[in-house]
Design a protein around this ligand. Structure first.
Ligand code: ATP
Ligand code: MG
Ligand code: MG
Length: 413
Protein backbone atom coordinates (compact mmCIF):
# COMPACT_ATOMS: atom_id res chain seq x y z
CA UNK A 1 0.00 0.00 0.00
CA UNK A 2 1.17 3.55 -0.64
CA UNK A 3 1.99 5.78 2.30
CA UNK A 4 -1.12 6.78 4.17
CA UNK A 5 -1.80 10.54 4.12
CA UNK A 6 -1.34 12.23 7.49
CA UNK A 7 -3.97 14.68 8.70
CA UNK A 8 -2.74 16.93 11.51
CA UNK A 9 -5.54 17.68 13.95
CA UNK A 10 -5.53 20.58 16.40
CA UNK A 11 -7.48 19.39 19.42
CA UNK A 12 -8.14 15.87 20.65
CA UNK A 13 -11.57 16.03 22.27
CA UNK A 14 -14.66 14.02 21.37
CA UNK A 15 -14.97 15.47 17.88
CA UNK A 16 -11.40 14.44 17.19
CA UNK A 17 -12.08 11.01 18.66
CA UNK A 18 -15.02 10.43 16.31
CA UNK A 19 -12.95 11.77 13.41
CA UNK A 20 -10.28 9.17 14.24
CA UNK A 21 -12.92 6.42 14.37
CA UNK A 22 -13.85 7.30 10.79
CA UNK A 23 -10.29 7.82 9.56
CA UNK A 24 -8.97 4.32 10.32
CA UNK A 25 -11.11 2.39 7.83
CA UNK A 26 -10.57 5.09 5.17
CA UNK A 27 -6.80 4.67 5.38
CA UNK A 28 -6.00 8.12 6.75
CA UNK A 29 -3.63 8.63 9.66
CA UNK A 30 -4.40 11.33 12.17
CA UNK A 31 -1.68 13.13 14.11
CA UNK A 32 -3.24 14.81 17.13
CA UNK A 33 -2.00 17.85 18.99
CA UNK A 34 -3.39 17.83 22.53
CA UNK A 35 -2.64 16.56 26.02
CA UNK A 36 -1.62 12.93 26.61
CA UNK A 37 -4.58 10.60 26.85
CA UNK A 38 -7.06 13.13 25.43
CA UNK A 39 -10.26 11.43 24.15
CA UNK A 40 -9.00 11.29 20.54
CA UNK A 41 -5.60 9.89 21.50
CA UNK A 42 -7.26 7.13 23.53
CA UNK A 43 -8.93 5.96 20.32
CA UNK A 44 -5.95 6.32 18.00
CA UNK A 45 -2.43 5.21 18.86
CA UNK A 46 0.47 6.13 16.58
CA UNK A 47 3.89 7.77 16.89
CA UNK A 48 2.87 10.99 15.11
CA UNK A 49 0.98 12.67 17.95
CA UNK A 50 2.27 15.83 19.59
CA UNK A 51 1.80 16.44 23.31
CA UNK A 52 0.89 19.99 24.23
CA UNK A 53 -1.59 22.78 23.68
CA UNK A 54 -3.29 23.47 20.36
CA UNK A 55 -2.69 27.14 21.21
CA UNK A 56 1.11 26.75 21.29
CA UNK A 57 2.69 27.96 18.00
CA UNK A 58 5.81 25.78 18.36
CA UNK A 59 3.70 22.65 18.89
CA UNK A 60 1.45 23.54 15.95
CA UNK A 61 4.54 23.85 13.74
CA UNK A 62 5.83 20.49 14.94
CA UNK A 63 2.46 18.94 14.12
CA UNK A 64 2.52 20.58 10.66
CA UNK A 65 6.01 19.21 9.96
CA UNK A 66 4.54 15.69 10.35
CA UNK A 67 1.34 16.33 8.35
CA UNK A 68 0.09 16.56 4.76
CA UNK A 69 -2.85 18.77 5.72
CA UNK A 70 -3.98 20.45 8.94
CA UNK A 71 -7.50 20.66 10.32
CA UNK A 72 -9.19 21.61 13.59
CA UNK A 73 -11.78 20.17 15.93
CA UNK A 74 -12.04 23.50 17.75
CA UNK A 75 -11.97 27.05 16.37
CA UNK A 76 -10.15 28.60 19.35
CA UNK A 77 -6.67 28.11 17.91
CA UNK A 78 -3.79 30.40 16.91
CA UNK A 79 -4.59 31.44 13.32
CA UNK A 80 -1.41 33.57 12.93
CA UNK A 81 0.68 30.42 13.00
CA UNK A 82 -1.78 28.57 10.73
CA UNK A 83 -1.47 31.41 8.21
CA UNK A 84 2.33 31.17 8.38
CA UNK A 85 2.26 27.39 7.91
CA UNK A 86 -0.04 27.63 4.88
CA UNK A 87 1.65 30.59 3.18
CA UNK A 88 5.34 30.53 4.22
CA UNK A 89 5.71 26.97 5.46
CA UNK A 90 7.40 25.13 8.34
CA UNK A 91 11.00 24.00 8.60
CA UNK A 92 11.61 20.37 7.68
CA UNK A 93 14.90 18.63 6.81
CA UNK A 94 15.44 17.74 3.12
CA UNK A 95 17.11 14.51 1.92
CA UNK A 96 20.57 15.96 2.69
CA UNK A 97 19.52 17.08 6.17
CA UNK A 98 19.41 20.79 5.31
CA UNK A 99 16.38 22.75 6.50
CA UNK A 100 13.78 23.64 3.92
CA UNK A 101 10.27 25.12 4.07
CA UNK A 102 7.21 22.90 3.62
CA UNK A 103 3.83 24.58 3.12
CA UNK A 104 0.98 22.63 4.66
CA UNK A 105 -2.59 23.41 3.55
CA UNK A 106 -5.04 24.26 6.33
CA UNK A 107 -8.70 23.23 5.96
CA UNK A 108 -10.96 24.95 6.51
CA UNK A 109 -8.85 27.95 5.51
CA UNK A 110 -7.20 29.90 8.36
CA UNK A 111 -9.18 32.95 7.15
CA UNK A 112 -12.42 31.09 7.89
CA UNK A 113 -11.21 29.99 11.33
CA UNK A 114 -10.05 33.54 12.13
CA UNK A 115 -13.37 35.04 11.11
CA UNK A 116 -15.47 32.48 12.97
CA UNK A 117 -13.49 32.54 16.21
CA UNK A 118 -14.63 36.12 16.74
CA UNK A 119 -18.40 35.67 16.95
CA UNK A 120 -19.05 39.42 16.63
CA UNK A 121 -16.92 39.76 13.47
CA UNK A 122 -18.42 36.55 12.11
CA UNK A 123 -21.92 37.98 12.31
CA UNK A 124 -20.88 41.41 11.03
CA UNK A 125 -19.53 39.62 7.96
CA UNK A 126 -22.66 37.52 7.50
CA UNK A 127 -24.81 40.65 7.85
CA UNK A 128 -22.79 42.36 5.11
CA UNK A 129 -23.42 39.36 2.86
CA UNK A 130 -27.16 39.73 3.34
CA UNK A 131 -27.59 36.77 5.70
CA UNK A 132 -30.30 37.36 8.32
CA UNK A 133 -28.74 37.75 11.79
CA UNK A 134 -29.84 39.15 15.17
CA UNK A 135 -28.97 42.81 15.66
CA UNK A 136 -25.76 43.23 17.61
CA UNK A 137 -23.48 45.96 18.97
CA UNK A 138 -19.96 45.88 20.38
CA UNK A 139 -19.70 46.66 24.11
CA UNK A 140 -17.03 49.12 25.30
CA UNK A 141 -13.68 47.59 26.28
CA UNK A 142 -13.00 46.69 29.88
CA UNK A 143 -11.68 49.78 31.64
CA UNK A 144 -13.94 52.05 29.59
CA UNK A 145 -17.49 52.62 30.73
CA UNK A 146 -18.92 49.15 30.24
CA UNK A 147 -22.05 49.89 32.21
CA UNK A 148 -22.93 52.84 29.98
CA UNK A 149 -22.47 50.56 27.01
CA UNK A 150 -24.71 47.90 28.57
CA UNK A 151 -27.33 50.63 29.10
CA UNK A 152 -27.02 51.66 25.45
CA UNK A 153 -27.72 48.05 24.43
CA UNK A 154 -30.79 48.02 26.70
CA UNK A 155 -32.05 51.21 25.07
CA UNK A 156 -31.58 49.67 21.63
CA UNK A 157 -32.89 46.17 22.28
CA UNK A 158 -34.90 46.33 25.50
CA UNK A 159 -34.72 43.56 28.14
CA UNK A 160 -33.85 40.79 28.09
CA UNK A 161 -30.91 40.84 25.72
CA UNK A 162 -27.95 38.49 25.35
CA UNK A 163 -24.46 39.58 26.31
CA UNK A 164 -21.79 37.42 24.69
CA UNK A 165 -18.05 36.97 24.87
CA UNK A 166 -16.74 37.50 21.33
CA UNK A 167 -13.98 34.91 21.58
CA UNK A 168 -13.34 31.56 23.18
CA UNK A 169 -16.98 30.75 23.97
CA UNK A 170 -18.52 27.32 23.74
CA UNK A 171 -21.52 25.52 25.24
CA UNK A 172 -22.96 28.90 26.18
CA UNK A 173 -20.13 29.55 28.61
CA UNK A 174 -19.58 33.08 27.28
CA UNK A 175 -23.28 34.01 27.36
CA UNK A 176 -25.08 36.16 29.92
CA UNK A 177 -28.80 36.90 29.70
CA UNK A 178 -29.27 40.50 30.83
CA UNK A 179 -32.77 40.71 32.32
CA UNK A 180 -32.74 44.20 33.81
CA UNK A 181 -30.41 47.09 34.71
CA UNK A 182 -29.90 45.35 38.03
CA UNK A 183 -27.88 42.69 36.18
CA UNK A 184 -25.25 45.15 34.89
CA UNK A 185 -22.87 44.86 37.85
CA UNK A 186 -23.01 41.05 37.92
CA UNK A 187 -22.56 40.95 34.14
CA UNK A 188 -19.50 43.22 34.22
CA UNK A 189 -18.01 41.19 37.05
CA UNK A 190 -18.81 37.74 35.65
CA UNK A 191 -17.70 38.43 32.09
CA UNK A 192 -14.30 39.77 33.19
CA UNK A 193 -12.20 41.84 30.78
CA UNK A 194 -12.84 39.84 27.58
CA UNK A 195 -14.24 41.61 24.48
CA UNK A 196 -18.03 41.58 24.63
CA UNK A 197 -20.98 42.28 22.39
CA UNK A 198 -24.71 42.52 22.95
CA UNK A 199 -27.32 40.79 20.84
CA UNK A 200 -31.03 41.38 20.56
CA UNK A 201 -32.99 38.60 22.26
CA UNK A 202 -34.52 36.28 19.66
CA UNK A 203 -37.92 34.89 20.72
CA UNK A 204 -37.49 31.76 18.64
CA UNK A 205 -39.97 28.91 18.29
CA UNK A 206 -37.26 26.39 17.65
CA UNK A 207 -33.53 26.11 17.00
CA UNK A 208 -32.42 24.43 13.80
CA UNK A 209 -29.02 23.37 12.50
CA UNK A 210 -27.71 22.20 9.15
CA UNK A 211 -24.35 20.57 8.47
CA UNK A 212 -22.88 21.65 5.14
CA UNK A 213 -20.00 20.11 3.20
CA UNK A 214 -17.77 22.47 1.25
CA UNK A 215 -15.32 21.13 -1.32
CA UNK A 216 -12.69 22.85 -3.44
CA UNK A 217 -10.40 21.54 -6.16
CA UNK A 218 -6.59 21.59 -5.89
CA UNK A 219 -6.52 25.11 -7.30
CA UNK A 220 -8.81 26.28 -4.48
CA UNK A 221 -11.84 26.68 -6.74
CA UNK A 222 -15.18 26.10 -5.02
CA UNK A 223 -16.74 22.82 -6.18
CA UNK A 224 -19.62 21.80 -3.98
CA UNK A 225 -21.69 23.26 -1.15
CA UNK A 226 -23.95 20.44 -0.04
CA UNK A 227 -26.36 20.31 2.91
CA UNK A 228 -27.26 17.52 5.27
CA UNK A 229 -30.88 17.38 6.44
CA UNK A 230 -32.15 19.99 8.87
CA UNK A 231 -32.22 19.02 12.53
CA UNK A 232 -33.94 20.52 15.54
CA UNK A 233 -31.62 21.27 18.45
CA UNK A 234 -32.65 21.79 22.05
CA UNK A 235 -30.43 23.97 24.21
CA UNK A 236 -30.94 24.20 27.95
CA UNK A 237 -29.02 26.96 29.75
CA UNK A 238 -27.32 27.59 26.38
CA UNK A 239 -25.93 24.05 26.11
CA UNK A 240 -27.16 21.56 23.52
CA UNK A 241 -28.93 18.65 25.19
CA UNK A 242 -30.89 16.97 22.36
CA UNK A 243 -31.10 16.80 18.58
CA UNK A 244 -34.08 15.59 16.54
CA UNK A 245 -33.95 14.49 12.92
CA UNK A 246 -36.14 15.53 11.23
CA UNK A 247 -37.27 18.62 13.18
CA UNK A 248 -40.73 18.16 14.67
CA UNK A 249 -43.60 19.88 12.89
CA UNK A 250 -41.50 21.91 10.46
CA UNK A 251 -42.77 21.90 6.88
CA UNK A 252 -40.67 20.57 4.01
CA UNK A 253 -40.65 24.04 2.48
CA UNK A 254 -39.28 25.54 5.66
CA UNK A 255 -36.61 22.85 5.88
CA UNK A 256 -35.55 23.52 2.30
CA UNK A 257 -35.33 27.22 3.11
CA UNK A 258 -33.12 26.57 6.15
CA UNK A 259 -30.84 24.35 4.05
CA UNK A 260 -30.59 27.07 1.43
CA UNK A 261 -29.64 29.71 4.00
CA UNK A 262 -27.03 27.37 5.50
CA UNK A 263 -25.51 26.75 2.05
CA UNK A 264 -25.54 30.46 1.34
CA UNK A 265 -23.60 31.06 4.59
CA UNK A 266 -21.00 28.40 3.83
CA UNK A 267 -20.54 29.61 0.24
CA UNK A 268 -19.18 32.87 1.72
CA UNK A 269 -16.41 31.05 3.63
CA UNK A 270 -13.07 29.68 2.46
CA UNK A 271 -11.54 26.20 2.37
CA UNK A 272 -12.79 22.64 2.57
CA UNK A 273 -14.59 20.69 5.25
CA UNK A 274 -17.88 20.42 7.06
CA UNK A 275 -19.55 23.34 8.78
CA UNK A 276 -22.51 23.58 11.13
CA UNK A 277 -24.88 26.49 10.70
CA UNK A 278 -26.99 27.13 13.83
CA UNK A 279 -30.26 28.97 13.23
CA UNK A 280 -33.31 30.34 15.02
CA UNK A 281 -36.75 29.69 13.56
CA UNK A 282 -39.29 32.37 14.46
CA UNK A 283 -43.05 32.07 14.76
CA UNK A 284 -43.61 33.99 11.51
CA UNK A 285 -41.34 31.59 9.61
CA UNK A 286 -38.30 33.87 9.61
CA UNK A 287 -34.95 32.13 9.90
CA UNK A 288 -32.06 33.94 11.64
CA UNK A 289 -28.51 32.60 11.64
CA UNK A 290 -27.04 32.28 15.15
CA UNK A 291 -23.49 31.10 14.44
CA UNK A 292 -21.26 28.83 12.41
CA UNK A 293 -18.95 26.06 13.58
CA UNK A 294 -16.08 25.39 11.10
CA UNK A 295 -15.89 21.66 11.87
CA UNK A 296 -17.99 18.60 12.76
CA UNK A 297 -20.61 19.54 15.34
CA UNK A 298 -22.80 18.15 18.09
CA UNK A 299 -25.86 18.59 15.85
CA UNK A 300 -24.28 16.23 13.31
CA UNK A 301 -23.43 13.28 15.59
CA UNK A 302 -26.60 11.50 14.47
CA UNK A 303 -25.09 11.13 10.97
CA UNK A 304 -22.74 8.39 12.27
CA UNK A 305 -25.71 6.01 12.38
CA UNK A 306 -28.32 7.77 10.23
CA UNK A 307 -26.02 8.51 7.27
CA UNK A 308 -23.34 5.84 7.77
CA UNK A 309 -22.28 5.99 4.12
CA UNK A 310 -21.11 9.59 4.70
CA UNK A 311 -21.22 10.69 8.34
CA UNK A 312 -20.16 14.25 9.08
CA UNK A 313 -16.76 12.86 10.14
CA UNK A 314 -16.25 10.92 6.94
CA UNK A 315 -17.35 14.00 5.00
CA UNK A 316 -14.80 16.14 6.85
CA UNK A 317 -12.01 13.70 5.94
CA UNK A 318 -13.04 13.24 2.31
CA UNK A 319 -13.53 16.98 1.83
CA UNK A 320 -10.20 18.08 3.27
CA UNK A 321 -8.36 15.36 1.34
CA UNK A 322 -10.12 16.47 -1.87
CA UNK A 323 -11.49 12.96 -2.12
CA UNK A 324 -15.21 13.65 -1.87
CA UNK A 325 -17.30 11.53 -4.30
CA UNK A 326 -18.49 13.70 -7.21
CA UNK A 327 -22.09 12.67 -7.48
CA UNK A 328 -22.76 12.02 -3.81
CA UNK A 329 -26.05 13.18 -2.31
CA UNK A 330 -26.92 12.85 1.36
CA UNK A 331 -29.69 10.28 1.72
CA UNK A 332 -30.26 9.19 5.33
CA UNK A 333 -30.69 5.43 5.77
CA UNK A 334 -33.45 5.86 8.37
CA UNK A 335 -36.46 8.17 8.60
CA UNK A 336 -35.70 9.46 12.10
CA UNK A 337 -32.97 9.88 14.69
CA UNK A 338 -32.64 11.32 18.15
CA UNK A 339 -29.41 12.32 19.86
CA UNK A 340 -29.20 12.85 23.61
CA UNK A 341 -26.07 14.36 25.14
CA UNK A 342 -24.69 12.83 28.30
CA UNK A 343 -23.74 15.75 30.51
CA UNK A 344 -21.85 15.13 33.72
CA UNK A 345 -23.99 15.38 36.86
CA UNK A 346 -23.36 16.23 40.49
CA UNK A 347 -21.58 12.90 41.07
CA UNK A 348 -19.13 11.03 38.79
CA UNK A 349 -21.70 8.21 38.71
CA UNK A 350 -24.74 10.41 37.92
CA UNK A 351 -24.92 9.20 34.33
CA UNK A 352 -24.53 5.46 35.02
CA UNK A 353 -28.28 4.79 34.84
CA UNK A 354 -28.53 6.52 31.47
CA UNK A 355 -25.64 4.52 30.01
CA UNK A 356 -27.16 1.31 31.36
CA UNK A 357 -30.56 2.16 29.90
CA UNK A 358 -29.03 2.72 26.47
CA UNK A 359 -27.84 -0.88 26.51
CA UNK A 360 -31.33 -2.22 27.28
CA UNK A 361 -33.75 -0.19 25.23
CA UNK A 362 -33.04 -1.35 21.67
CA UNK A 363 -36.07 -3.01 20.09
CA UNK A 364 -37.28 -3.94 16.61
CA UNK A 365 -38.31 -0.38 15.79
CA UNK A 366 -35.35 1.47 17.29
CA UNK A 367 -31.61 0.92 17.60
CA UNK A 368 -29.56 2.65 20.24
CA UNK A 369 -25.86 3.52 20.14
CA UNK A 370 -23.84 4.70 23.12
CA UNK A 371 -20.78 6.91 22.60
CA UNK A 372 -18.63 7.28 25.71
CA UNK A 373 -15.94 9.91 25.14
CA UNK A 374 -13.51 8.59 27.77
CA UNK A 375 -13.61 11.91 29.62
CA UNK A 376 -13.64 12.56 33.34
CA UNK A 377 -17.15 13.52 34.45
CA UNK A 378 -17.65 17.09 35.67
CA UNK A 379 -21.00 18.82 36.23
CA UNK A 380 -22.39 20.05 32.90
CA UNK A 381 -19.51 18.65 30.84
CA UNK A 382 -20.28 16.75 27.63
CA UNK A 383 -18.93 13.28 28.40
CA UNK A 384 -20.82 11.20 25.86
CA UNK A 385 -23.93 10.96 23.74
CA UNK A 386 -26.56 8.44 22.76
CA UNK A 387 -28.11 8.17 19.32
CA UNK A 388 -31.38 6.34 18.72
CA UNK A 389 -32.32 5.66 15.11
CA UNK A 390 -35.93 4.93 14.29
CA UNK A 391 -37.58 3.01 11.49
CA UNK A 392 -40.69 5.19 11.44
CA UNK A 393 -41.57 8.78 12.35
CA UNK A 394 -39.69 11.06 14.72
CA UNK A 395 -42.75 11.30 16.98
CA UNK A 396 -42.88 7.50 17.32
CA UNK A 397 -39.13 7.41 18.02
CA UNK A 398 -39.41 10.10 20.68
CA UNK A 399 -42.22 8.12 22.29
CA UNK A 400 -40.14 4.94 22.39
CA UNK A 401 -37.01 6.75 23.58
CA UNK A 402 -38.84 8.62 26.34
CA UNK A 403 -37.04 6.72 29.16
CA UNK A 404 -33.69 7.87 27.71
CA UNK A 405 -34.83 11.48 27.56
CA UNK A 406 -36.22 11.32 31.10
CA UNK A 407 -33.02 9.75 32.41
CA UNK A 408 -30.84 12.43 30.73
CA UNK A 409 -33.07 15.20 32.11
CA UNK A 410 -32.79 13.70 35.59
CA UNK A 411 -28.99 14.15 35.57
CA UNK A 412 -29.44 17.86 34.98
CA UNK A 413 -32.22 18.34 37.53
P1 ATP B 1 -21.85 26.58 21.06
O1 ATP B 1 -21.53 25.49 22.04
O2 ATP B 1 -23.03 26.28 20.18
O3 ATP B 1 -20.66 27.07 20.30
P2 ATP B 1 -21.89 29.24 22.18
O4 ATP B 1 -21.24 29.32 23.52
O5 ATP B 1 -21.13 29.74 21.01
O6 ATP B 1 -22.41 27.78 21.99
P3 ATP B 1 -24.37 30.49 21.27
O7 ATP B 1 -24.54 29.52 20.18
O8 ATP B 1 -24.11 31.91 20.91
O9 ATP B 1 -23.26 30.03 22.34
O10 ATP B 1 -25.64 30.45 22.22
C1 ATP B 1 -26.01 29.25 22.88
C2 ATP B 1 -27.52 29.18 22.99
O11 ATP B 1 -28.02 30.32 23.69
C3 ATP B 1 -28.24 29.22 21.65
O12 ATP B 1 -28.23 27.96 21.04
C4 ATP B 1 -29.61 29.68 22.12
O13 ATP B 1 -30.31 28.64 22.75
C5 ATP B 1 -29.27 30.73 23.15
N1 ATP B 1 -29.12 32.06 22.52
C6 ATP B 1 -28.01 32.56 21.95
N2 ATP B 1 -28.20 33.80 21.46
C7 ATP B 1 -29.48 34.10 21.69
C8 ATP B 1 -30.30 35.25 21.43
N3 ATP B 1 -29.83 36.32 20.81
N4 ATP B 1 -31.60 35.19 21.82
C9 ATP B 1 -32.10 34.10 22.45
N5 ATP B 1 -31.38 33.02 22.76
C10 ATP B 1 -30.09 32.99 22.38
MG1 MG C 1 -20.30 28.77 19.46
MG1 MG D 1 -23.95 27.84 19.39
Amino acid sequence: MTKKPVIGLLGGGQLGRMLCESAGPLGYQIAILDEENSPAKQANHNDLHVTGSFKDPAKIKLLASRSDVLTVEIEHVDTEVLEEIATVGVDVPDAQGAMTKKKVPVHPDWKTIRLIQDKYQQKEYLGQKGIPIAEQMAIADAGADRKASLQEAATKYGFPYMLKGAKGSYDGRGNFKVRSAEDFDTAVQQMGDQPLYAERWVPFEMELAVMVVRTEDDAGKLQKVMPYPVVETIHEDSVCTKVFFPPRNVSDDMQTRAQKIACDVVSHLWGRGVFAVEMFLLKDGQVIVNEIAPRPHNSGHYTIEAVPQMSQYKAQLCAIMNDFPDDFEVVPRVPSALMVNILGGAKPTSHDDLAELSRKLTNRSMDIYLHDYGKESKPGRKIGHITAIGYSSISKLVEMAQPLIASADKIRA
